[in-house]
Design a protein around this ligand. Structure first.
Ligand code: ZN
Length: 303
C-alpha cells in the first residue's frame, strides 16, 4: 500500500460545521475553540466565511473572530468568500487566506446565475486581483465534482474546465469537495491520479462528507493517489443545505486516529482534539458523528 509519511489536515468545523447548526456560538466560544485547535497542532484552520449575515447568521462574526485571534506564526487561518464584498471584509479584518467556491454542476450554476461553472470562475478574476493586490492568498474549491443531486455524475471534462478556469484567474490551490457524499474510493483514486498528472502544479485538497459512510475510504484512496491535504471537522459536524439527508464532514478525530494508527504524521495531539470535540458537541447540545467519540482510541482498548 502506497501511503504518505505525513498529511496536512485543515479543521473546517468552525466554518462548515457551525454554519449548519441551529445554535449560534458567540465569538468568545469560537475564539476559545480556534485557540484550542492551534494548541492541539492544527496548522490550517478554516475560521469562518464572509457571507451575507442574513443568509448565514452563524458566520456573521467571522470578521470579529479574525480581529481577535490575530496572527499565529506558521498557522494558516482561512475563510470562505462568495463575492467582492466578502474579499473586502477579509482585507479589512486581517484575514490572509480566502477560498472561493463554485459548484461543478452546470445545471445548478445555470439555474442560479445563468453561467456555466467555468464562466462563474472566470468572473472571480476581479475578486482574485483585489485579494492578491492586498497581500491575501487565494484558493478555489469545486463543490460536488464527484456527483450532484441535480445531474448525478459530473463528466471529468466539466471538472477539468473548472480547474482550467481557476488556473486562468491565477489560482493554483484547488479543493475537490464531495458535499453530496456520493464519491467512491475508485472514483476518487482515478480523479486524483488524472488531475495531478494533468495539472502537476496545482496544490490539491480533498473534502469529504460522510453521508454514505465512504469518506474514510475516500481519504485512503486519495492518499494512495498521492494526495496529502484533507479537510475534516470536529465531531463530524457539518451538512449541506442543498443535499437531502446530508451528513457532516468526516470527523477530525476519526481521521487523526487512523493516521496515528498507521504511522502517518499529522502533528495533531489526538487526546486534545477528542476533548475539544467533546466540549463542542456539549455546547451544541447534540451527539456528533464520530466513531472515536463513541469508542475511544484503539490504544485505549489494548491497555
Ligand atoms: Zn463541506
Amino acid at each position: 500500500m502506497k501511503l504518505p509519511s505525513k498529511v496536512v489536515i485543515c479543521e473546517v468545523g468552525l466554518r462548515d460545521g457551525l454554519q449548519n447548526e441551529p445554535k449560534i456560538l458567540n465569538v468568545s466560544e469560537k475564539l476559545k475553540l480556534a485557540e484550542g485547535l492551534i494548541e492541539a497542532g492544527f496548522k490550517v484552520i478554516e475560521l469562518g466565511s464572509f457571507m451575507n449575515p442574513k443568509a448565514v447568521p452563524q458566520m456573521a462574526d467571522t470578521d470579529e473572530l479574525f480581529r481577535l485571534i490575530g496572527n499565529f506564526e506558521g498557522v494558516e487561518l482561512r475563510a470562505l468568500v462568495a463575492n467582492k464584498k466578502g474579499v473586502e471584509r477579509a482585507i479589512d479584518c486581517g484575514c490572509k487566506k480566502i477560498k472561493l467556491n463554485v459548484s461543478a454542476s452546470k445545471q445548478h450554476n445555470l439555474a442560479n446565475i445563468n453561467k456555466t461553472p467555468g464562466e462563474t470562475v472566470a468572473g472571480f478574476a476581479e475578486n482574485v486581483d483585489l485579494a492578491l493586490k492586498n497581500g491575501l492568498e487565494v484558493s478555489g474549491s469545486i463543490s460536488m465534482p464527484f456527483g450532484s443531486p441535480w445531474e448525478g455524475l459530473i463528466p471529468i471534462d466539466d471538472v477539468e474546465e473548472i480547474v482550467e478556469a481557476y488556473i486562468g484567474v491565477g489560482i493554483k490551490e484547488i479543493s475537490l469537495s464531495d458535499a453530496a457524499g456520493v464519491a467512491t474510493p475508485k472514483q476518487v483514486y482515478d480523479m486524483c491520479c488524472s488531475m495531478q498528472k494533468k495539472y502537476p502544479h496545482v496544490k490539491w485538497w480533498l473534502h469529504f462528507h460522510n453521508t454514505r459512510g465512504m469518506a474514510m475510504a475516500n481519504i485512503l484512496a486519495a492518499m494512495e493517489a498521492g494526495i496529502t491535504n484533507f479537510d475534516t471537522a470536529l465531531g463530524g459536524t457539518g451538512g449541506c443545505p442543498f443535499v437531502p439527508g446530508a451528513a457532516g464532514n468526516i470527523s477530525s478525530e476519526d481521521v487523526v486516529h487512523m493516521m496515528d494508527e498507521m504511522g502517518i504524521a499529522t502533528g495533531i495531539d489526538l487526546l486534545k482534539l477528542i476533548e475539544l470535540s467533546r466540549n463542542l458537541l456539549a455546547l451544541l447540545g447534540h451527539a456528533g458523528d464520530s466513531y472515536i467519540q463513541k469508542a475511544g482510541r484503539s490504544k485505549d482498548l489494548y491497555k
